[in-house]
Structures are given as C-alpha cells and as structure tokens.
Design a protein around this ligand. Sequence first.
Ligand code: MG
Length: 350
Amino acid sequence: MDLHEVRRRLEAREELLSPYAARSVTSRGRKRPEAPSPLRTEYQRDRDRILHTKAFRRLKHKTQVFIAPAQDHYVTRLTHTLEVAQVARTIARALNLNEDLAEAAALGHDIGHGPFGHAGEEALAECLPEGFRHNYQSVRVLDRLENAGRGLNLTFEVLDAVEKSSKAREDIFAEGWGVPVTLEGQVVKTADAIAYINHDILDAIRAGLITENDLPDSTKRLLGTTHARRLDTLICDIVEASWAATGAGPEPVIRFSPEIHAAANELREFMFQRVYLFDTTRQEAERGKRIVRFLFRHFLAHPEQISPDFSLPDDPVERRAADYISGMTDRYAIRLAAGLGCPDAVGWQV
Ligand code: MG
C-alpha cells in the first residue's frame, strides 16, 4: 500500500477547517525543501521535531516565576508550555482552526527562555550589544542552534507564531513584536497569557505572597473564584468573542469581549504589582541575574569553555556565551557558577 495515503487523508480533513485557518498544504514552507512525511502533515511534523529536542526537555528545570523551587507543585517552564499548548488546542479546535499548528507553536514558544526566567533574560539583554529577547531566542534555538547547528527547518508559520508570541507589559494584545500572520499564532499568544496569569496565581498563593481574597474584585466577579472557573471563563469568552474566525464573520481576529479583556488586564497588572515585581521575587531574581552576569564574564575570559553543542563556531564570543548560558537550566547554571566560586551560587541548594 501507499502509506502517503494517510497524510493525504489528514490534509483532506484540513479542507473542512475554517476558511481563515492555516492549511499545511498551503504553508509558505521551509527554508530547505523536504520530501513530505507519509503519516503526518507539515505542522504535525514540526510539532514532533520541537517535542524531541534537548532544548524542550530542559524546560523542566527552567523558571516560570519562582526560581529553582524546592517544592514539587510549582509551575516550571515545561508545565507552563504544556498548559499553553492545551489551552491553544482547545481554542483552535473550538474555532475550527488548525490545532496542529497551534500546538507546534505553543510547544516552541518559550524554548529560548534562559535560566531564572525574565531575570535571566534581562541580564543577558544587558550583556549583549544587540540585546536579548526570549521570543527571538526561541526562533534562534529552533531555526539555528538545535540539531547540531543545522536547526529544525520548521515551517514559516510556526516560526512566525513563536517569534510574535511575546506580549508587552501594557496589554495582553499589545503588538510589541508584531501580529502573527496566522490566527493560530494569535491563539497561542493569547493562550500563553491565559495559562500564566492563572497558574501564577496558584503559585503566588502557594508561596504565601497573596491569598485568593486579595485578587481584584473584577476578577472575582467576572472571572470566578477558582482556578478552574477562571480558566473556563477566559477560554469560553475568547471563543465566543472570536467567532468570526470560524468563517461566520468578515473580520477574523482573536480577542476577548471588552469586559473580560479589561478584567484580564487588571488581573495581569495585579500580578505584576503583587508577584512579579514584589520584593522577595525581585531579590531572588537579582541573585539569578548576578549569576548570569558572572557566567557571561567567565566565558568571555575563557571562550574555550563554551560548549560547541550550544553555540555556533563562527559567531562572536559574546553571542556564543549568550547562546550557551541561555540554554542552561536554573540548576545547571547555579551548580556551574557555584563550582566557579560565584558567591551568589555557592550554598544554593538545587
Ligand atoms: Mg510562555
């Protein structure tokens, strides 16, 4: 039999998606053309490539908000990524969009995050003349660094959605890094915010920074008073407010209703004030930043110690050091820095 019949059947199913959905057969394609897979569409193939990388596995020991937590129930970059993927798939499926594309982009969206979350990102941004942004680094990991420096050769749509998944401070939908060209990319961008503002509430309560009662009144009134209720409200609202994306309307765009949008932004701002920028969170973050700066200085002085597996040989030493450090997990960076005598890392049990 011709196994390619399987892929053709999957591609035929994509014909039933919304007229606004991305279809794998009309993808803008890969930089290096490849023969099709017999069993999978192009987006399914991208999803699998991302899942099987070492960079994806390392997400399990990278910070979401709380650095190298000793307790097992805190969210890590890996569980965050899995939650984003699930929320994105639910929304994409509900709107009859391409679930495989949404899943692939969601799994890759944070793969470029360095150790210590946004603190590590800020420290690397100070170190590099060109700056450092985790969304650009995610594209760099997927497109250049993985697969022994050859990259994964992903489709344009997946890389576009990863690059534009990041959000500016002022609004969940702020266009700081551009609007994804596909609705599936827009779904991932929103699913990221839905996932993190909700799981970060649980972690902040777990850490004793806030109680359920502290949440803004609009949150309690409009989004609900439990984790499950808040998630459900936000996801159902986005599906309803974005219904045009199914083909039912002329202006397909992924959005919340105005009331829920305002409540979600208020909740996000509350999280910035009470959790992300809170003193103890900042103190821990500053410690992480000092470790990143220490490692950066160390590798500039000892470029021969930069692993060739996580950097490109022809790049300037600053870039190679940043690529290597940003690939590290929290605990790897702490242990390495402690071994080199960094006072901020010595004695940090991980
Ligand atoms: Mg994320």
